[in-house]
Structures are given as C-alpha cells and as structure tokens.
Design a protein around this ligand. Structure first.
Ligand SMILES: CC(C)(COP(=O)(O)OP(=O)(O)OC[C@H]1O[C@@H](n2cnc3c(N)ncnc32)[C@H](O)[C@@H]1OP(=O)(O)O)[C@@H](O)C(=O)NCCC(=O)NCCS
Length: 173
C-alpha cells in the first residue's frame, strides 16, 4: 500500500466549488454535505467536516453510508485535482471507529496509482487527536466527455489548510 503523501505546507489554494448541486460538495444543495475541498498538490485533496446529528444512524454515531460518501468525495476531488475526469467504479471502506456528530474531523484523499483508464485512490478521516476513524480505497475510471468539477482558484479557509497540512501522521493499520 502506498504511503499517504506528506504535505509541506505549500498548499495550493484551489477549491472545487462548482457542481453546485453535488450532494457531497455542492454549495447550493440545501440537503447536501456542502464540503469544501482544497488541494495541497495535484492528486490530493483535503477538507474539514463537522457532521450533524441528522446524519446519525445509531444515536451518537454518524451513518456509515455518509462516512463512505465523504471518503468517496475526497478521492473524487483528489482525482479532479490531478486534472482527470473519472467516475467511481469501486469503493471499499473500513470503518475503524465511529464518527461522532457535532465534532470536526479532517478528511484527506490522494491518488496512489494510475494505469490507462484506471485510477487508484485512498482516503482517510481523522479526529482532532489524529486518530484514523475511517479509511477508503476506490478505483476510478476515466470517462471521456464527463463534465468535471471546475477547480476554482479561491482562497482556502484556514481550517481547511490546517487539515491539509496536519494529516501527514503515520497510520496505524
Ligand atoms: C465506471 C464506468 C463509467 C465504467 O464503464 P465503461 O467505461 O463502460 O468501462 P468498462 O466497464 O468497459 O471497463 C473498462 C475497463 O476497466 C476495467 N474495470 C472496470 N472497473 C474496474 C475496477 N473497479 N477495477 C479494475 N478494473 C476495472 C474493465 O474490466 C475494463 O477492462 P478492459 O478494457 O480490459 O476490458 C461505468 O461502469 C459507470 O458509469 N458506472 C457508474 C459510476 C457511478 O455512477 N459512480 C458514482 C458517481 S461518481
């Protein structure tokens, strides 16, 4: 398994803020997660996320499907940050510890490999102490003519920049 890339703090302030109705990242979807991703460099993404109680499955535990959606989106944004247009073809998630609502977590996605149309990615959700709560692996397939999220050069918020630069902790898995 390829190691999670280290960031050196030289973050590129790019925020994927189009695809306005995207359930995960669309800023105009009132029912969506409205995640803001930034890229540290091509093939990487980062965001901070504070799930709400409405996202619970069991009481006090954010639904695993929502956690999977966030991991999928982090990987999708890492793909987009590499200038690739692709759809998720396969997704695997390890829910290591429950994600609690109302607490901010850090999300990170990165590309681990590419061969022809196939792009391999991983993602992680970490709590404030740096413990990994969930890990995702996905395969994307490039699709010609697919409208990709435009990467807009807008300043990343300081919290997202902190997320991108603080997730280079060693993983215990
Ligand atoms: C992903 C998708 C575009 C691929 O369809 P496609 O372009 O027809 O591609 P194919 O199924 O023919 O697969 C192309 C190649 O990739 C391979 N492949 C497909 N999925 C793969 C995977 N998960 N891992 C490894 N290889 C895979 C196929 O075996 C095939 O190989 P070949 O060319 O050697 O025969 C299509 O399955 C799709 O639209 N799925 C839904 C995606 C989606 O809705 N995702 C959620 C939103 S992002």
């Amino acid at each position: 398994m390829k190691e999670r890339p280290q960031t050196n703090g030289n973050l590129i302030p790019i925020q994927a803020s189009t695809q306005s109705i995207c359930f995960a990242c669309g800023q105009e979807n009132p029912h969506g997660l409205r995640l803001h991703f930034c890229t540290a460099q091509a093939g990487e993404s980062a965001a901070e996320w504070t799930p709400t109680s409405f996202m619970e499955g069991f009481r006090g535990i954010v639904h695993g499907g929502i956690v999977s959606t966030v991991l999928d989106e982090a990987m999708s944004k890492a793909v987009a940050a590499a200038g690739l247009r692709a759809l998720t073809a396969e997704l695997r998630v390890r829910l290591r510890h429950h994600v609690p609502p109302q607490r901010q977590v850090q999300v990170r996605g990165w590309i681990t490999g590419q061969s022809k149309r196939l792009i391999k990615t991983e993602a992680a959700i970490m709590d404030a102490e740096g413990s990994e709560l969930a890990h995702g692996w996905a395969s994307f397939l490039t699709v010609e003519g697919l409208a990709s999220p435009e990467l807009q050069r807008e300043p990343c918020g300081p919290t997202t920049i902190r997320a991108a630069s603080s997730l280079s902790l060693p993983l215990d898995r």
